[in-house]
Write a protein that binds this ligand. Structure first.
Ligand SMILES: Cc1ncc(COP(=O)(O)O)c(C=O)c1O
Length: 372
């Protein structure tokens, strides 16, 4: 990095005194785990997204894994998913022996294309894992129809999409079980953490047991009625989550403002494609700000300049099927999902977080324009 420039970090949490106060309360209460703060967080979260039940867990990945177990995905079952996502979207069923089948994405939204999903269904298909990538809702109605027609489970990976709306209602309210994640770059954070929302009381009870070492509702501490995990969140993290949830509206508004400012600053710069706009059906919750440049060589040139100028970036997102372990295990190669692969070569995440200041964004825009 050049001397004297002010670095602009890629991401950062947005925490305040309220979270500190709630954490202190928990610390002083002596109930650090399996306590009432977790129940409260779950109730508030479920209410907020319009789902009847929520089960908090130790990470988004843990939540996805538990939903795959609830869907009874087992060795040899095919699971159709998107290649353009974070690796955990596919890992969650690979843990159970599920076989990934990647359906290509829509070039505008970068979400899985329902036509490609339909074409990928075979007699061995067990489930679909759909992602709301970068907080933009997936084609839920079409995917629900496919799942119903073929008797498949539909798992929604909404890890990046808390606050997004599909057909005027928040993700989580539509029926499929959803997972949201709380790593510090997400809309709200608990440090590490995640939550599963469900419309089934039976599934909710199962999730609570699975995350807690397979303990039953009525049994004791040392009785395990099924093979379980320690995927629990603790009360300290739940307290941070409550503080964050209390100002989710403020957070979403500020993030939208940051995205709008980028749109104004970047539109018209030759060679920059902006994230797709909302429409009547889809309302994005801003997670990251990812632009597309003309090709990989241009992206690498921009990255070189960003590094010199202290500007945070990431190559969001590589296609999952081309990850080294996926190639090795399943033999996936280039050309399987050309739209995803093209996006993976050209997408670039710019600094983006709730508290990002206008002058920092102006610097990012100036440096990007000059690099292009
Ligand atoms: C789409 C998607 N799925 C799953 C995850 C996994 O969440 P976690 O990091 O909380 O395990 C993430 C987090 O980055 C994500 O973006």
């Amino acid at each position: 990095m050049k001397q004297g420039v002010l670095p602009v970090p890629l991401s950062g949490p947005y925490l305040g005194e309220r979270e500190e106060e709630l954490v202190l309360e928990v610390m002083r209460s002596g109930r650090l785990s399996l306590g009432p703060t977790i129940d409260r967080f779950e109730e508030l979260f479920a209410e907020r997204v319009g789902a009847p039940y929520a089960a908090a867990v130790s990470s988004g990945t843990a939540g996805l894994h538990l939903l795959c177990i609830a869907a009874a995905i087992g060795p040899g079952d095919e699971v159709i998913t998107t290649p353009y996502s974070f690796a955990a979207t596919a890992n969650c069923f690979v843990y159970e022996g599920g076989v990934p089948v990647f359906a290509d994405v829509d070039p505008r939204t970068l979400n899985v294309d329902p036509g490609a999903v339909e074409a990928a269904v075979t007699p061995r298909t067990r489930a679909i894992v759909a992602v709301d990538i970068y907080g933009y809702p997936c084609e839920l109605a079409a995917l629900q129809r496919i799942a119903e027609r073929h008797g498949l489970a539909l798992i929604q990976d909404s890890c990046e999409a808390l606050g997004a709306e599909y057909r005027g209602a928040p993700l989580g309210s539509h029926g499929p079980s959803c997972v949201f994640a709380f790593y510090p770059n997400k809309q709200i954070t608990t440090g590490e953490g995640g939550i599963v929302t469900t419309h089934s009381e039976e599934e909710w009870r199962l999730l609570r047991s699975l995350r807690n070492q397979g303990r039953g509702d009525a049994g004791g501490w040392l009785e395990h009625v099924r093979l379980g995990f320690n995927y629990r969140i603790d009360d300290i993290r739940a307290a941070i989550g409550i503080g964050q949830l209390e100002r989710l509206d403020e957070i979403l508004t500020l993030r939208e403002r940051v995205a709008k400012r980028y749109e104004e600053l970047l539109h018209g710069i030759d060679g920059v494609e902006l994230p797709c706009a909302d429409d009547d059906t889809h309302r994005r919750s801003w997670f990251v700000y990812v632009v597309m440049v003309p090709d990989n060589a241009t992206r690498e040139r921009v990255i070189g300049v960003f590094e010199r100028e202290g500007i945070g970036y990431n190559r969001y997102l590589p296609s999952i099927h081309l990850q080294p372990y996926m190639r090795e295990r399943y033999g996936f190669r280039e050309g399987l999902c050309p739209v995803s692969e093209d996006a993976s070569a050209r997408t670039l995440a710019l600094p983006f977080h709730t508290g990002l200041e206008a002058n920092a964004q102006e610097r990012v825009a100036d440096v990007l324009a000059s690099a292009l």
